[in-house]
Design a binder for this molecule. Structure first.
Ligand code: KG4
Ligand code: ZN
Length: 339
């Protein structure tokens, strides 16, 4: 296949319906419909997410094709997120991809959502000047559902060398934000408030987990109990200390994340380090990774902000590499909530 093949990517694993088109490694369009319906519930409601995907999928795909100036018959392949994610959400994207594959004759390519996040580093847009990570590299994958350290050995080939044994880093942000009555998702809200706060003001429990694995449930509990005790003495404690609480919480999460990344660098000898996933949008984590790179003699790679949270550009680019390797899927493929 010529490298200029056109791939449509479809992402529907959680609460963002997204479609993107790439030609080669160049992104032509990336459309995302985020679902505000969940805000009132303080978290994603799976049933509502599936329904919103059902409403959004055709307009989103149509718009992505239109912006890319591409017709369905031009597609070389259709890449879609097979999992992990919410099964009802995944079913919408997978079924739509199958229908389009049948209608156009374009082959299907299944993509693992987490691999998509890693591949967000390889999305090229006209005018991109930032370099790609060089193989092998370490990728700290931090999202609402996952926290892992991956050793990426080859394109689309990685080993999980560390992962959370309970909550994900994004969950720690979201759950602690909820305790402070910040809007959902809490990560971006904490990030914004943290910029104005004193990160050294409060201290929270850090996990003592062996090896390269993570744990965030203890931090969440420590944060919750600390606030409960303080509010018992001063009901306005949270309101009066919000920015310092956010800054201190964010510092603690970043220290936990980078402590294990430092171990991973020592353990593997790999000096190329990247971050990916929704939490990689965090301003504190982004600057801490750059400082980490300087301190440890590593080259640090940050994904463009628009490709940190869920998007189909990363699915299209991952799909493109799989397609080039001949890895197409059959029409009887089913989504997987866990992969
Ligand atoms: O990758 P993603 O969009 O969805 C999953 O695959 O989970 O990640 C969503 C997570 C949420 O927990 C959200 O709070 C977090 O990413 N997040 C952030 C920021 N932006 C999104 N966390 C901290 N700081 C941010 N700026
Ligand atoms: Zn994600």
């Amino acid at each position: 296949m010529a490298d200029s093949g056109i791939i449509l990517g479809i992402e529907s694993s959680c609460d963002d319906t997204s479609a993107a088109v790439v030609r080669g490694v160049t992104l032509l369009s990336n459309v995302i419909a985020s679902q505000s319906v969940h805000e009132a519930y303080g978290g994603v409601v799976p049933e509502l997410a599936s329904r919103a995907h059902q409403q959004n999928i055709i307009p989103v795909v149509s718009r992505a094709l239109e912006l890319a100036k591409v017709q369905p018959r031009d597609l070389s392949a259709i890449a879609f997120t097979r999992g992990p994610g919410l099964i009802g959400s995944l079913l919408v994207g997978v079924s739509f991809a199958k229908g389009l594959a049948l209608a156009t004759g374009a082959p299907l390519v299944e993509v693992n959502h987490l691999q998509g996040h890693v591949m967000s580093h390889f999305i090229d847009e006209p005018g991109r000047t930032t370099p790609h990570p060089k193989l092998p590299f370490l990728c700290l994958l931090v999202s609402g559902g996952h926290t892992q350290i991956l050793l990426v050995k080859k394109m689309l080939e990685h080993e999980i060398i560390g992962q959370t044994i309970d909550d994900a880093a994004g969950e720690a942000f979201d759950k602690c934000a909820k305790v402070m009555e910040l809007p959902y998702p809490g990560g971006p809200a904490v990030d914004k408030l943290a910029a104005q706060g004193n990160a050294q003001k409060f201290t929270f429990a850090k996990p003592q987990i062996a090896g390269l694995d993570y744990s965030f449930s203890g931090l969440k509990t420590s944060f919750l109990y600390f606030l409960r005790d303080q509010v018992a003495q001063n009901p306005a404690f949270v309101a009066e200390n919000k920015v310092d609480l956010c800054a201190s919480l964010q510092r603690t999460i970043i220290e936990i994340l980078l402590h294990k990344l430092e171990k991973a660098v020592k353990h593997t000898g790999v000096k190329e380090v990247a971050i990916a996933g929704g939490v990689s949008a965090n301003a504190g984590l982004r600057s801490a990774l750059c400082a980490f790179g300087q301190k440890h003699g590593c080259t640090a790679y940050l994904p463009a902000l628009r490709y940190t949270t869920d998007n189909a550009a990363m699915i299209a680019i991952a799909g493109r590499f799989k397609y080039l390797n001949g890895k197409t899927a059959s029409l009887d493929i089913a989504p997987l909530a866990r992969m």
